[in-house]
Design a protein around this ligand. Sequence first.
Ligand code: ZN
Ligand code: FE
Length: 261
Amino acid sequence: MPDLDLIITPLPAFKDNYLWLLVRGDEAAIVDPGDAEPVIQALEQRKLRLRAILATHHHADHVGGAMALKQRYGAAVYGPARENIAAVDHPLANGDQIEVLATKFQVLDIPGHTAGHIAFFAAQLNPPAVFCGDTLFACGCGRLFEGTPEQMLTSLDRLAALPVTTRVYCGHEYTVANIRFAMAVEPGNRELQARAASATAMRRRGEPTLPSTIGLELATNPFMRCDNPAVRAAASGLATGAGFARVSTFAAMRSWKDGFQ
Ligand code: ZN
Ligand code: FE
């Protein structure tokens, strides 16, 4: 098994969810199976054995298929200890390490979207990979259903501290809409302009815009750029963002985005 690469592919579900399928040899794991059907199809088509289910948070579009898959395949189910997810038999807390498909994953607490939201970070992959559910999106971040702006900002800071080469596997294809908002915040950001063009082209070809990378998010995601003067100024509605605290910058942008069409 160690000689085979870990291959990560998205299985689209519902309107814009991605369930991430991990495959090594003839064994598989699935991240955030909101629906069992596309997973069963992929496993049967490719004759894979499902060994593990990883859940980032309790929302139905991320765990709705977990119980059916567990019962059908007897896979181990990993998920946040601080959330109530019926299928989970391996509750995880910050700093825990698990091994899935001969790959070590470190658990990071990243609350804000939900109170117990976790991420799975695989440092040893080349490049490294993080599965972050609905916390960090390409050019955006999750809505604050159960957390405060302060919590979400701390969670994004934890993700920002991962190696810049880390591939970012998010739970939804929201990139093009997120970029439209990011352009309203920071119209002069050249890398953002380039990203707008490439993401639009990818969607036109029917391709996923994910995974992203931590480096690309640091350069283009306004929610990861609360220290940037242009972002602060836009969020504060002032010509300069001086005196507007980092967390107020984040909070102002989050509520701006909530009402952004
Ligand atoms: Zn969610
Ligand atoms: Fe979701």
